[in-house]
Structures are given as structure tokens and as C-alpha cells.
Design a protein around this ligand. Structure first.
Ligand code: NI
Length: 395
């Protein structure tokens, strides 16, 4: 990528910020030093800083010389409880913690974007708020707390970027509507009456009840939800009994539900509860359900997704911009999109020549640092395009 005006030296700086963060990862809800690192840099550039937003969140506020909309750009800052198995000079120095999802790169890109806007205030209409969010990787996630803290007050639109190694460097992707799944987990505990394996008439067998339930739960996706709406219900574990000749008094199941819209999500939850209660009751057993709602689906605004395709095409080239298929991992950026128009975007970061070919959350995960500049350009393009259109509409 060519050196652009206003970006002089930025690539080298972003690499050094990213490597610093990579060496010193902090897991979800513990990002205090990362937050201080971010705040110090923002203040250095004369940016107004709000700290301790929803925990360790930091917001950098850059006000333009002219009035206009408020655009929020978001990066997540947290690392994962994974042992770094890379062999490179910037590998993690913290035992059992690692930036294995690229959030160090997100933080570096948003710092780069903040530096750019700080230097270009005179061209800026409205306000840019750079949100450095904590705790994306761990439920209940940092986004909800950030929202409760009023971070979105007065914001007109929000954009987020995830570096994405399954896509090659030089590409970008997003889509209109649902992009990433809602991921909910459940735990079912069936209680019955154990006894002698040869005398079932004196027992209420929880293994038989559990087995029936596993089969019936398969009907939720095949018979209850709209066939045009994707949904997955997986039973991941089933545990019951301790000996081959004893009828089990307890059987436990756990699983996960993935959906892309709130109606299907609610329906899956309701059907799971109904089937569990009624089937276990039919076998004279009782059940308890723990249903843990994860992040909602990431749903991109139609107009903002269209903006992504326009802006990304001019930065990356038409051939390099893709419509991403829906993917099953979840993201707490979803909560922002429930309240504001916006778009979540992937910037391709895979490059086997640089060892950046491992999936996200892998102990050898790495990404091609050269792609960060494209991410900065995308942030800038989305924000300025939104402001331009907003001013046009409000003239
Ligand atoms: Ni991530």
C-alpha cells in the first residue's frame, strides 16, 4: 500500500504499539495497563479522554472545527487465556495469556485512526469518538457495561473492524443484515429415582428420559423454526449413571444454540424449555434448565452495509471486497447495532508467508501487520462518508 498523506510513519508506529500490546496481553475485565497505554497516547495528541468507561473502557473524543454528526469507532482490547506458542520476538511475556484474536491489532488501528483525526480536526465536521472497549471475549461482555455508562449518548453511527485471518491480506468483507450468530448455552439436569438395573419398575430412569430428550430436541430446528432462518441446536455432552447394572438417578445434558435473528432465538429457547419440561415429566422425572443468553446476533444496517461496499471498494479494489457469509462466532458489537445504525467489517489479515494462517483463538495465531493501514483507511472513509451524507441531509 502506498504512503498516503497524513499517514507518514503511521504503519511503523502501529506495528510498535501492536507488538507492545502483544507482549503484554491482559485478559477480559483486566485491561488496566492496556487502557492506560491507550489513554496516554490519546492525551499526547491532545485528544480529550474519558477513562473507566464500563470498566477499563477508554473513549477518545476528537471534535472537528465544524458542526456535524457524532461517529463512534470501536476496537476491543482484551486478550485470551491461551498460552502463546509462537516463536517470535514479540510473543507474549505473560504466562497463560495471549492476543490470539487480533484485538491488539484493533487497538493499534484505532489509535492510528485517532492520531489521524487529531491531526485533521480542521477538516472534520462533527465529532469522532474512538471507543476502546474492554472484555469482548468473556460473557457478559464489556459492551453492555459501556452502554450503561452512557457511551452511546448522542452518537449517530458506529463502526467496528475485526482483522480476519481466514480472509487473505488486501481484502475486506461484510454484509447487510445478520453477519454473526447469537450464541446461547444451556445446561439440563434431570432428576429421577435410581435403582437396580434388573428392577426398573421401582425406578424413574433419567438416562431413558435424557435419551428421549436428545432425540426430541432435534425437532426444534427441523419442525419449529422457519426453514429459511438458520439455526443450530447441539447437545455437546450427556452424562448419566456410574455402573452398567444401576439405573441412574441423575442425567445431565449441555449444549449450545446458534441463531441469526431474535425471533428464532426466542423460539428456540421457548421450545427447548417446553420439550424439556414435558418429556422429562412424561418419564416421571423432573428437570432443571440453566439457559445462558450469550451475545445477540450482529445485524448490520442496510444503508451502512452499502456504505461499506462503496468505501471498501475504493480502498481495496472491487475484486478484493467480498460479501461475507454468515459466521457462527458471536461478537458483543451486536449490542451497539441494536441501538445505532452501523456496520461490523472484516479486514483480511491472513498471509501464510508470514505465519498468519492459524485460526483465531489458536495458540499460534498471528496476522499480517501490513493490513492495519487498510483498516485505518476504512475507519476514516466510513466516518467521513457518514458525516458528508449527514451534512447533506441536514442542510
Ligand atoms: Ni475477536
Amino acid at each position: 500500500m502506498t504512503e498516503l498523506a497524513g499517514f507518514e510513519g503511521l504503519q511503523e508506529q502501529m506495528v510498535s504499539w501492536r507488538r507492545h500490546l502483544h507482549r503484554h496481553p491482559e485478559v477480559s475485565f483486566h485491561e488496566s495497563r492496556t487502557a492506560a497505554f491507550v489513554a496516554t497516547h490519546l492525551q499526547e495528541w491532545g485528544i480529550e479522554v474519558r477513562e473507566h468507561v464500563g470498566g477499563h473502557g477508554v473513549i477518545g473524543i476528537i471534535r472537528g472545527d465544524r458542526p456535524g454528526p457524532v461517529v463512534m469507532l470501536r476496537a476491543d482490547m482484551d486478550a485470551l487465556p491461551i498460552q502463546d506458542e509462537k516463536d517470535c520476538e514479540y510473543r507474549s511475556t505473560v504466562d497463560g495469556a495471549m492476543h490470539a484474536c487480533g484485538h491488539d491489532g484493533h487497538t493499534a488501528m484505532l489509535l492510528g485512526t485517532a492520531r489521524y483525526f487529531a491531526q485533521h480536526r480542521h477538516e472534520l465536521a462533527g465529532e469522532i469518538r474512538c471507543l476502546f472497549q474492554p472484555a469482548e471475549e468473556l460473557l457478559p461482555g464489556g459492551a453492555l457495561q459501556v452502554i450503561k455508562d452512557g457511551a452511546l449518548d448522542g452518537v449517530d453511527a458506529i463502526y467496528g473492524i475485526h482483522l480476519w485471518t481466514p480472509l487473505p491480506k488486501g481484502t475486506a468483507a461484510s454484509c447487510e443484515g445478520a453477519m454473526m450468530a447469537a450464541a446461547d448455552d444451556f445446561y439440563i439436569d434431570i432428576h429421577g429415582k435410581g435403582g437396580h438395573g434388573g428392577m426398573p419398575q421401582h425406578t424413574n430412569d433419567t438416562v431413558v428420559a435424557g435419551a428421549a430428550l436428545v432425540m426430541q430436541l432435534q425437532s426444534v430446528v427441523s419442525r419449529s423454526i422457519d426453514p429459511l432462518q438458520p439455526g443450530v441446536l447441539t447437545i455437546g455432552t450427556i452424562q448419566g449413571g456410574a455402573a452398567q447394572n444401576v439405573i441412574a438417578e441423575r442425567c445431565q445434558l449441555s449444549g449450545t444454540v446458534r441463531t441469526f435473528d431474535e425471533h428464532t432465538r426466542a423460539l428456540m429457547k421457548e421450545r427447548l424449555h417446553t420439550l424439556t419440561e414435558q418429556i422429562t415429566a412424561a418419564y416421571n422425572t423432573t428437570s432443571e434448565i440453566k439457559y445462558i443468553m450469550g451475545y445477540p446476533p450482529v445485524v448490520n444496517d442496510k444503508e451502512e452495509a452499502a456504505r461499506f461496499f462503496r468505501e471498501a471498494t475504493s480502498i481495496f479494489g472491487a475484486e478484493q471486497v467480498q460479501e461475507t457469509p454468515k459466521i457462527m462466532p458471536a461478537e458483543d458489537f451486536a449490542y451497539y447495532l441494536q441501538q445505532l445504525p452501523g456496520c461490523f467489517m472484516f479486514v483480511g489479515a491472513g498471509n501464510p508467508d508470514k505465519g498468519a494462517s492459524f485460526p483465531h483463538h489458536h495458540p499460534k495465531f498471528d496476522f499480517d501487520e501490513d493490513v492495519m493501514l487498510g483498516g485505518v483507511q476504512l475507519f476514516i472513509a466510513m466516518a467521513t462518508s457518514f458525516a458528508r451524507e449527514y451534512l447533506h441531509k441536514h442542510e
